[in-house]
Write a protein that binds this ligand. Sequence first.
Ligand code: BGP
Length: 462
Amino acid sequence: MTLPYQFPKDFWWGSATSATQIEGGASEGGKGKNIWDHWYETESNRFFDNVGPETTSDFYHHYKEDIQRMAEIGHNTFRFSISWARLIPGGRGEVNQEAVTFYNNVIDELLANGIEPFVNLFHFDMPLELQEEGGWEKRAVVDAYAQYADECFRLFGDRVSKWFTFNEPIVPVEGGYLYDFHYPNIVDAKRAFQVAYNTMIGHAKAVDAFRKHDVKDGRIGIILNLTPSYPRSRNPADLRASRIADLFFNRSFLDPAVLGEYPQELIDLLEEHGHLPQTKKGDSDLLKANTAEILGVNYYQPRRVKAKENLPNPYGPFMPDWFFDMYEMPGRKMNPYRGWEIYEKGVYDIMMNLKENYGNIPSFISENGMGVQNEERFKENDEIQDDYRIEFIREHLKWLHKAIEEGANAKGYHLWSFMDNWSWMNAYKNRYGFFSVDLETKERTAKKSAHWIKSVAEKNGF
Ligand code: BGP
């Protein structure tokens, strides 16, 4: 029987996580420090409830049972990230054998349970020593990253075929160099663009290294948080504002990653304001030759944009903000528990844009999800009744399905996240998982959505 929303054969059902957010064991197993360990040690008050990443959901000790649970709810794929500071403490040099054993165990356990591992190399967690050298602002750090990537392909490429160079590379730029919500808390647009540019050079170098390995059915790509930009009106000023927001927040990564070059309009804008990053001879060829073969799309919310009413004079440090303002669309649907707009059709718009303008690159929804504060209040008979999450996923899936029907090359859907986990400055404020986690005992409990996704995955639709 065909269901109203039947997905293509071998559709990827799963969820996404990241090392710092789920592993814990931050000072176990020979792991070096990354910027999160350091920032928490020095400024714990910047984290919600003063909670840091030392233990989080403790996947480090619970991975076996967690992977069993993934299999139970029908996952056929699962994304995790490798902690650079765990694998290579200090960021370059010797590989830490305990870390190799840990990641080997995770990969083998996934495969034994019929779950394909999707491995991401960098999810905001720069080794501290490399940040102290200047982080992504420095080419030497980019080279260290390429070596780390190469090491990962060598160690795990015999069993892992899907690889991602970065998760949301714009976030460390915005958080660390523009808007002060990530370490190193610098506010400087020129440096921000250097970081953004160097990250893409790192991506291209990692892709280049990957192609020198013989990874069976290997595919390498990148995961971007795409926030479709919608103008307040069709008047030319609003349209321009929206186009520029799209240039900065989507195309500054999407174009070099998928097309191998930056949009000319973005280059012109940066040049006009003296913000062009330093480049090296050969960079353009490197970018052009090493584009992504697969694209992960993290989609949470759209960006509603209107023209700037008054241009700041003098211009402030936040270059992107010189050109547009955000705008709250009347009647928009909100996630009342997190404060983000919910606009399910965004999934469709993103996928059709990829189809029309980005060569219909194979893609998937690599994160989508609903953060909820104080989720325990929805508990009945020992189970969190997260009907709001079920509805959220279902409505996004309907639009994804429509895009596929119209020819989009979308291969799967991953929820953020498998279980409740620690989130950057927000710590445990917003819960996202199919499973809740008791922070004291680390006990995991399925939410209603876990049972629902199991039935969807089993029927490959709904
Ligand atoms: C994405 C990140 C994830 C995760 C998620 C939820 O941007 O890739 O790491 O944190 O957002 O966001 P938050 O925890 O801030 O609600």
